[in-house]
Design a protein around this ligand. Structure first.
Ligand code: ZN
Ligand code: ZN
Length: 308
């Protein structure tokens, strides 16, 4: 099947798969609760205003599809992402070179606005982020022409993501600071990499065990044999005892996936399936008819059953 072929080909990565998670921690303001007056809010605003820090960039989320072989060995993936990056013209400040940064006239430099809210419990004073300066307490007189004063521009980057062996569908990695650039020099958001597992053309996964279905011919099953089976680390020999039954499961120790948190590996479980031929020549039919007359060929459960 074709599925196995495309896994290493990242030119197929669709930029539309990359979507932004808008969980900017400052995005919604922080005026919602009375607790902001007691915890965090005021102090945070003061320190941010003092350092003229901009808003944190938003997080980005991408998914990476892995083949089972890549899960087995661990892999380093290069992913191309579209993201907001620090403006190189102004160095992220948003200010045209040499132009003055002045105190915000709306909030007077504090970066916050006090708002009285009337509720059924009485009146509360909430502190909200100043919308004119975005909480920085500063405004730019002449914005940088390259970024329009935001301090960040749309860009594209290729990022290396090191994925440990043994990950599973739905696991994710957080790459700190690899998300969107912050506004006006604010800290970058994070890049969240979600693991997806590509279906394999002959393996199934059960936890850290790998399940493989092996077809044997009737003579191989009856006489016993040594066959080669695929594993995640290439082909391996498997001994078939004479008289093996359909449905029997053989365990190949440590041929499964490595445990993500800890030492050791899962196993490969080989389910035996006796293949019945569907196209027979007349010579083959004659041989089978002759074989069928032998008393050892019939299943013991049906031997001597008069209804048969
Ligand atoms: Zn700029
Ligand atoms: Zn302001």
């Amino acid at each position: 099947m074709r599925q196995g072929a495309d896994f290493h080909d990242w030119s197929n990565t669709n930029p539309n798969d990359i979507f932004s998670v808008f969980n900017d921690i400052f995005g919604g303001g922080f005026g919602g609760s009375i607790f902001d007056d007691f915890f965090g809010g005021g102090a945070r605003t003061r320190s941010r205003a003092g350092s003229a820090m901009g808003e944190r960039g938003s997080d980005l989320k991408i998914s990476v599809k892995l083949a089972l072989e890549e899960v087995a060995g661990g892999v380093e993936k290069k992913v191309k992402i579209k993201r907001q990056e620090k403006c190189q013209t102004c160095g992220g400040t948003g200010s045209k070179s040499g132009s003055a940064v002045t105190t915000c006239p709306t909030c007077g430099g504090s970066g916050e606005l006090r708002r009285a809210t009337r509720t059924m419990f009485g009146q509360f004073v909430n502190i909200v982020q100043c919308t004119t300066c975005g909480g920085s307490g500063k405004v730019i007189k002449e914005p940088c022409p390259a970024c329009g004063g935001a301090g960040r521009v749309n860009g594209e980057s290729t990022i290396k993501v090191k994925i440990p062996a043994g990950v599973a569908e739905g696991n994710y990695l957080t790459l700190r600071g690899e998300g969107n650039a912050g506004r006006r020099g604010g800290p970058n958001g994070d890049l969240i990499v979600v693991i997806e597992e590509a279906p394999h053309h002959h393996f199934k996964r059960d936890g850290d065990d790998i399940i493989y279905e092996l077809d044997l011919s009737f003579p191989e099953a009856a006489l016993g044999s040594e066959v080669e089976v695929p594993t995640l680390n290439g082909r391996a020999k498997l001994k078939i005892e004479p008289g093996i039954q359909s449905g029997k499961i053989l365990r190949m120790r440590d041929k499964g996936l490595p445990h993500l948190n800890g030492y050791g590996k899962g196993d490969q479980l080989v389910t035996i399936n006796i293949f019945t031929p569907t196209k027979l020549s007349s010579k083959e039919k004659d041989l089978l008819k002759e074989l069928d007359r032998s008393s050892n060929i019939k299943p013991p459960s049906r031997n001597g059953a008069s209804s048969d």
